[in-house]
Design a protein around this ligand. Structure first.
Ligand code: GLU
Length: 474
C-alpha cells in the first residue's frame, strides 16, 4: 500500500487530572489507528504542567486503560523515546528557552499584566502592547513580574483542517495570548506547540473543541520556525440529549467498562464509529480491520452522538464472535463463585454457551446464569407449583434421563429422550417443556433448554427433576 504520509507521528496528550472517559479515549483511538495504519509512531505525552490539578495515580490509571484497550505507544513517559521528556512538567527550561527566542525575534513581548485587568483573551483588545514605557517601568519597579505574550497579527489567519479544509480567523479578534505566566509556567497553547514541534508530531488529532486554539498554535509554529503539523479536529461527541457529552450524561469511564466486562475490541470499534465510517458501511470490525481501513478521508465533521445502547450492541457482536471456550475463559473471572460454585471447566463452557446470546458485557453473566441456577429456595418452591399432571411429566423425564446419563450426556440425545417421553405420554410443546424447564430452573423461560441441561450435568438435572416431581432420590 502506498502511503500518503511517509512518516506519520501522532500523539495522545491527556492531562493526568482524572480517569479516562470514552470521549477522550476516542481521541487516542484515532491517533493510534492512524499511526498504525501508516506504520508510523504513536506517543503518549502527559500534559501535567498544571500541578494543582494533577491527581495522584491518574497517570498510571490512564496507562492501564490504554494498555487494556490495546492502544500501545512507542514513545511515552514510561518507555522514553527520541522526544524526551514525555511529561511536560519535566525539564521546563525548554519553554523558557523557546519564549526567550520569541522575545529576541520580536514575535513575543513582556507584558506587565496587573491582577484585576486580566484580559481579554479573544476580545481583540491588546492593551499591554500599547502600555506606555513609563507605565511598564513603573509596574516593573513596583514588583510586577511580566508575563510573555505572543503578538497576534491584524490580518486573517488561515488554518487547514484535514476534515473541514481551510478555516479563516480574524487576526484582529484575537488577543495577544500568554505563553509564559509570571511564575514561569507555560500555558497549554504554548507547551503543546513547543512539544509538538520538538517531538516532530506530524498529525495533531483532537476534538473539535480545540478548533479555536488552532490558529494561535499555527502562528506559534510559524514564529518558532517549525513546520505546521496537519490538523485533524474530530467531530464533537454529544450525549443522547444532543448536548455536549459530560460524565453525568453517560460518558462512561474506561475503567468502569473494564470492570463491567465490556470487550476492549468492541469499545475501540464503537469509538471508531464516532466520526468515521468504513468504506463498505460495515460497522463491526476487528481492531486489525480498523487499522487496515482507517483513513482521514472518511472522517466526518458533523457532530456525533454517544449511544450506550449501540456500544452494547457492538460489544455483543464482538463477544458473539468468540468461541464458547474463549468466551467462558473471559467470563470466568466474572462468575459469582458463591452463587455458582459448580460452574467450572466443561460445565462452565456449557452454561456460558447457553446464555451467550444475551451478553453484551461479561458483568451480565450472573444475571443470565441465574436462569440456569436460580438457587435452592426457588427450586424447592417449584415442587408446590407443579400440578399433578406436570409432576407426572417431570417424573417420567427424570426416569428416562437416567439411561441417557449412563450412556453419556449429549445435548441431542437428552433432547431426543425428552421428546420420546412426550410422545409416550401424549404431550408436546409447552405441555412437555414447561414442566421440565420449571423443574430445572424455576422459570418458564430462560436460556435454551438443551444448554441448561448441558450446563447442569446429569447428576444435578436428575436431582432437580426428582425434587420437583417429589419422587425422592433413589
Ligand atoms: N491536553 C490537551 C487535552 O487533553 C491536549 C489537546 C491537544 O491534543 O492539543 O485536551
Amino acid at each position: 500500500m502506498t502511503s500518503t504520509y511517509p512518516s506519520v507521528r501522532t500523539r495522545f496528550a491527556p492531562s493526568p487530572t482524572g480517569a479516562l472517559h470514552l470521549g477522550n479515549v476516542r481521541v487516542a483511538v484515532f491517533n493510534w489507528l492512524l499511526a498504525r495504519h501508516h506504520g508510523g509512531s504513536f506517543a503518549l505525552r502527559m500534559e501535567d504542567t498544571d500541578l494543582e490539578r494533577n491527581l495522584p495515580g491518574a497517570e498510571d490509571a490512564i496507562m492501564e486503560d490504554l494498555r487494556w484497550l490495546g492502544l500501545d505507544w512507542d514513545e511515552g513517559p514510561d518507555v522514553g523515546g527520541p522526544g524526551e521528556p514525555y511529561r511536560q512538567s519535566q525539564g521546563m527550561e525548554r519553554y523558557r528557552d523557546a519564549a526567550r527566542a520569541l522575545l529576541t525575534s520580536g514575535a513575543a513581548y513582556r507584558a506587565f499584566d496587573l491582577p484585576g485587568d486580566e484580559l481579554e483573551e479573544g476580545s481583540g483588545r491588546r492593551p499591554y502592547r500599547e502600555l506606555p514605557r513609563e507605565e511598564q517601568e513603573r509596574r516593573a519597579s513596583a514588583g510586577v513580574v511580566p508575563v510573555i505574550r505572543l503578538r497576534m497579527p491584524d490580518e486573517v489567519v488561515e488554518i487547514h483542517d484535514e476534515i473541514r479544509g481551510a478555516i479563516r480567523f480574524e487576526g484582529k479578534d484575537m488577543g495577544d495570548f500568554i505563553l509564559l505566566r509570571s511564575d514561569g509556567r507555560p500555558t497549554y497553547n504554548f507547551a503543546v506547540v513547543v512539544d509538538d514541534a520538538r517531538q516532530g508530531v506530524t498529525h495533531v488529532i483532537r476534538g473539535a473543541g480545540h478548533l479555536s486554539n488552532t490558529p494561535k498554535q499555527a502562528l506559534l509554529f510559524d514564529a518558532l520556525g517549525a513546520p505546521r503539523p496537519r490538523f485533524i479536529h474530530l467531530p464533537t461527541v454529544l450525549g443522547t440529549d444532543r448536548k455536549k457529552l459530560s460524565k453525568r450524561e453517560g460518558a462512561a469511564a474506561v475503567a468502569e467498562l473494564r470492570e463491567a466486562g465490556y470487550p476492549p475490541g468492541g469499545i475501540v470499534n464503537y469509538l471508531s464509529l464516532l466520526g468515521w465510517s468504513s468504506p463498505d458501511g460495515e460497522e463491526i470490525l476487528s481492531v486489525a480491520e480498523l487499522v487496515e481501513r482507517i483513513s482521514v478521508e472518511r472522517l466526518g465533521a458533523a457532530d456525533t452522538v454517544y449511544d450506550p445502547e449501540k456500544l452494547r450492541w457492538v460489544c455483543a457482536r464482538h463477544l458473539a464472535g468468540l468461541s464458547d471456550s474463549e468466551l467462558a475463559r473471559r467470563a470466568a473471572p466474572f462468575v459469582d463463585r458463591g452463587r455458582f460454585p459448580e460452574l467450572e471447566g466443561e460445565r462452565l463452557v456449557a452454561a456460558i454457551s447457553g446464555v451467550r446470546s444475551h451478553l453484551s458485557h461479561l458483568g451480565e453473566v450472573n444475571r443470565w446464569l441465574e436462569g440456569v441456577d436460580p438457587g435452592e429456595e426457588v427450586l424447592r418452591g417449584v415442587r408446590d407449583a407443579l400440578d399433578p399432571e406436570m409432576r407426572r411429566v417431570v417424573g417420567a423425564v427424570a426416569t428416562a434421563l437416567v439411561r441417557v446419563a449412563e450412556e453419556g450426556w449429549r445435548e441431542e440425545e437428552v433432547m431426543a429422550a425428552i421428546r420420546a417421553v412426550g410422545k409416550a405420554l401424549g404431550v408436546r410443546g409447552p405441555g412437555l417443556f414447561h414442566p421440565v424447564r420449571l423443574g430445572l430452573t424455576g422459570a418458564t423461560s430462560g436460556p435454551e433448554l438443551g444448554k441448561v441441561l448441558m450446563a447442569l450435568g446429569p447428576r444435578e438435572v436428575l436431582r432437580r427433576l426428582r425434587t420437583a416431581a417429589d419422587i425422592g432420590v433413589v
